[in-house]
Ligand binder design. Structure first.
Ligand code: PEP
Ligand code: MG
Length: 549
């Protein structure tokens, strides 16, 4: 009898194969007395130096991308001099190097957890650094990805970037993690690599090496029947075949247009995004220009970066989102460190009231870059709550000679008053990640709240419908740029609700395009109605699945 373990489905498709577990972290030996603190401190410093060298080496060898970026960031964390200093002080207080190092990393970790949100999600990075540093110190083999020599499903407690950097998509069939949420590294990398993945699956802790599993639809089926594996493989083959065959602008089977666009959030993503068969950029997250800095980028720096994107998308649409700082995207020079509840604080467009110069510099740079380019540049504000905010933003954008100004709809108040917003701005882009967070009062970074954050929640779809109706009444384009857009079934629902464009990671485009092309607009509308009538997210998803070809 097979057993089905529930989790949170991220990534794409399905796969089956034998489990290969990640090596467990090193066990700490019993504490030993310190007889030569200088020698022990030197050993500790050598271990940290070896850790940094190892991370830098891996980062240099990793393909350019998110994994390499995070490895470099980890190397930076590990070379923080306060780490070596505090561990050295612990040795001088009598702790042996292994326990001194471990306790110091744990102290840093506790501070990250206390900071909450995005920082808390990075706690796994520090666990990984601690384990690697201890292995260097004890000269143990490094913990990391298994390599059983054949295709396998990786099962881990949680994956850290240092592991995922060397993940070989030719050998790894799927990823399963015990912990982690929808925004964990595993989730992001699975999407980028087009791998099936299940995160937040507590029962996966009991899986054994070599045990056969089938990973699909957010579940891990243990010892699946040959029929279930065959059926999943057939579905997967059809999925891949269909995705590979579809090209060109997004359309339903009867020609209703749904523009397919890419999300762009880091400089290294540009070549892949520009090469994608997409009609443009639906969400250019400009935050990356401001990250890891102590002061904002200058106007000239920004102009160069924006020009690079506009040139790469010459002749296509580029929707630039102005700086969205705060909460899950904190910036030291923008966000106040003492807000008790940063997700409800001065974030997104609200920061422009506190620091208008920041927005003006950015708009001036966008305008200058747009002037010499053939891209169709649209500009939108994040976290708009009131029609007046949207009006003021649109006026400011237009004062820089940028003709198309829009609002992100990611606060329920904006969705409920979309008819008023539509009268003062030119388009809407619905950010379902934040819209779910604020509709359900559920922190978007918490894996434990995944059910509330599920974009299939009918209440969330109601707000999308309200927004799309208002947009249509005032003849304003409306798109979705949150993660919901990359779910093929949900893409049909969104199209049926009247959404005219979907923006997503480039790897997700082919399947969404193919799914749209296989269904008529009337079928999309029928699915949208069925999903909204459903009492909960699971039923909505099941109702749509049942109707899909
Ligand atoms: C969203 O909230 O859905 C969105 C697209 O913006 P971000 O994820 O960058 O907050
Ligand atoms: Mg958002």
């Amino acid at each position: 009898m097979s057993q089905v373990l529930p989790g949170i489905g991220v990534g794409m498709g399905s796969a089956s194969g034998p489990v290969a577990r990640m090596a467990p972290p090193p066990q700490l030996p019993a504490p030993r007395p310190v007889t030569d603190p200088e020698a022990d401190t030197a050993a500790l410093r050598r271990a940290l130096a070896a850790l940094v060298a190892d991370l830098e080496n891996r980062a240099t060898r990793a393909p350019e991308g998110p994994a390499a970026d995070v490895l470099f960031a980890q190397a930076q964390m590990a070379s923080d001099p306060t780490l070596a200093e505090q561990a050295g002080e612990a040795v001088h207080r009598g702790a042996d190097p292994v326990h001194a190092l471990s306790a110091t990393f744990d102290g840093f970790r506790a501070r990250l957890l206390a900071a909450g949100g995005y920082f808390a999600e990075r706690a796994t990075d520090l666990d990984d650094l601690r384990d690697r540093a201890v292995c260097h110190l004890l000269q143990l083999p490094m913990p990391g990805l298994p390599d059983p020599g054949h295709p396998h499903v990786v099962v881990a407690d949680d994956l850290a970037p240092a592991d995922t950097a060397f993940l070989d998509p030719a050998r790894v069939l799927a990823l399963v993690t015990v912990r982690g949420g929808p925004t964990s590294h595993t989730a992001i990398l699975a999407k980028a690599l087009g791998l099936p993945a299940v995160v937040g699956c507590p029962s996966a802790a009991d899986l054994k090496d070599g045990q056969k599993v089938l990973v699909h639809d957010g579940t891990v089926e243990v010892d699946p029947s040959p029929e279930a594996v065959f059926e999943a493989a057939r579905r997967e083959e059809r999925r891949r075949g269909r995705a590979a065959a579809a090209h060109g602008p997004g359309r339903t089977a009867d020609g209703h247009p749904v523009a397919l666009l890419v999300n762009l959030g880091a400089a290294h993503e540009l070549p892949r995004a520009a090469a994608a068969d997409a009609e443009g950029v639906g969400l250019f997250r400009t935050e990356f220009l401001y990250l890891d800095r102590t002061e904002p980028p200058t106007r000239d720096e920004q102009t160069v970066a924006y020009r690079g994107v506009f040139n790469a998308f010459s002749g296509r649409r580029v929707v630039v989102r102005t700086l969205d700082a705060g909460a899950d995207k904190p910036l030291p020079f923008v966000t106040a460190p003492d807000e008790e509840n940063p997700a409800l604080g001065v974030r997104g467009l609200r920061t422009a009231v506190r620091d208008p110069g920041l927005l003006d510099t950015q708009l001036a740079a966008v305008a200058e870059a747009a002037r010499g380019s053939k891209a169709d540049v649209w500009v939108m504000a994040p976290m708009v709550s009131l029609p007046d905010e949207a009006a003021e933003f649109a006026a400011r954008v237009r004062s820089y000679g940028l003709p198309v100004a829009g609002a992100m709809v990611e606060v329920p108040a904006a969705a409920l008053r979309a008819d008023q917003l539509a009268q003062v701005c030119d388009f809407f882009s619905i950010g379902t990640n934040d819209l779910a967070q604020y509709t359900f009062a559920a922190d978007r970074t918490l894996g434990a709240l995944a059910e509330l954050l599920d974009p299939w929640q009918p209440a969330l779809l109601d707000l999308v419908a309200t927004t799309a109706r208002a947009a249509s009444a005032f003849d304003r384009p409306v798109g979705v740029c949150g993660e919901a857009a990359s779910d093929p079934g949900l893409a049909l629902v969104l199209a049926g609700l009247g959404v005219g464009s979907l923006s997503m990671a480039p790897a997700c485009l082919p399947e969404v395009r193919a799914t749209l092309a296989a269904h008529s607009y009337a079928q999309c509308q029928d699915m949208a109605n069925a999903a909204r009538r459903a009492p909960d997210a699971a039923t909505a998803r099941a109702e749509v699945r049942r109707r899909m070809i």
